[in-house]
Design a protein around this ligand. Structure first.
Ligand code: KG4
Ligand code: ZN
Length: 335
């Protein structure tokens, strides 16, 4: 069974070919980072236009790399949300065109569900229940997956997503866009306990998150140091900020897994590429007797292999989307 995956929810144009659900035959990404860099963030119209330009050549390239023709595709899996509406529409139009022209089935999937499915491409598929921690540029969320394809959202961020906080603090200290990876690298040279930033909602007794207090605390620290005429020690600042985010994520994710009795914690989303988060969660999981799975770096950030993998499984249980399926920028995980 051959699935084509198409992902255009934000600023990466991605196409993949996956065989029998889990064997990746091609996984290509055209990054738009260079186009958004000078704006300091993703510009939706620029993203949509760049998807239009990149998608067809990328599609041809993916099929060539997989060594297949359009006629061999059984299912076209495409992200229908959440994401930027104009960006989503480009991928969906292409997926519908392939489906209509070749007779392959169209399967619309949720981007966030795809993020934790990335684990199954590399680690097999342990049996549920799971708790999934999804941390990306747009989301910070803890989800209970009592059985395959069923989701109960345990909590989420009340303001900024973790990736957004990384990007904003990185910009504040001059690290460019997207700042997450640069901040991660800088933090490795610093002391995570140098500055005590607030751990927002760490003891709130629920599974919600908040980043705004931390962001303000970092800004206040920078201003106070500047006012006092002291040089900022950027690696210490980066490491201390990162530690504050990571502490809360680790505490809540492990507590959630224990709470619902899930033996497996599945991580997904761009922020899971963070070295410290991976290291700390692996340690905390080992201590708590919880299996913590995270995708390799390339499968943490947006990609189409995870979309094709999830689409294959949904196709196998008979799911099909009609050609009039709409993009849904706020798409929720189905209960
Ligand atoms: O999942 P993703 O590729 O796109 C969304 O669906 O949002 O996540 C992108 C986010 C960006 O905010 C980026 O700065 C962050 O993931 N990110 C990181 C790291 N690598 C990517 N944040 C912290 N540390 C990293 N190593
Ligand atoms: Zn994503």
């Amino acid at each position: 069974m051959i699935a084509l995956g198409i992902e255009t929810s934000c600023d990466e144009t991605a196409v993949a070919v996956v065989e029998d659900g889990f064997a990746v035959r091609a996984n290509l990404i055209a990054s738009q980072v260079h186009l958004h860099e000078r704006f300091g963030g993703v510009v939706p119209e620029v993203a949509a236009r760049a998807h239009v330009e990149s998608l067809n050549p990328l599609l041809e390239e993916a099929l060539a790399e997989a060594g297949i023709g359009f006629g061999e595709i059984d299912a076209v899996a495409v992200t229908t949300g959440p994401g930027l509406v104009g960006a989503l529409l480009v991928g969906m139009a292409a997926a519908k065109a392939v489906s209509l022209a070749t007779g392959a089935d169209l399967v619309g999937v949720n981007h966030l569900e795809g993020h934790y499915w990335a684990n199954f491409l590399e680690h097999g598929r342990p049996s549920p229940p799971y708790v999934s921690l999804i941390v990306s540029g747009g989301h910070t969320m803890l989800v209970h997956v009592p059985e395959m394809f069923r989701h109960v959202v345990l909590g989420q961020t009340l303001d900024d997503a973790a990736g957004e906080a990384f990007d904003k603090v990185a910009r504040l200290i001059g690290l460019g866009f997207p700042g997450g990876p640069a901040l991660d690298a800088m933090a490795r040279e610093g002391d995570p306990h140098a500055i005590r930033f607030p751990r927002a909602m760490e003891d709130s007794g629920d599974y919600d998150f908040s980043m705004s207090g931390l962001k303000t605390a970092v800004l206040r620290h920078v201003k106070a140091e500047q006012a006092a005429g002291r040089d900022l020690h950027l690696p210490d600042l980066a490491a201390s900020f990162q530690e504050a985010i990571v502490d809360v994520q680790v505490t809540k994710a492990i507590a959630a897994a224990k709470d619902v009795g899930a033996p497996t914690l599945l991580l997904g989303g761009g922020v899971v590429a963070n070295t410290r988060l991976r290291e700390r969660l692996a340690g905390a999981g080992a201590q708590a007797g919880i299996e913590v799975l995270f995708p390799s770096m390339a499968l943490c950030t947006d990609n189409a292999a995870m979309i094709a993998c999830l689409g294959s499984a949904r196709w196998a249980r008979g799911e099909r989307s009609s050609l009039d399926t709409a993009a849904d920028p706020q798409l929720r995980l189905t209960a």
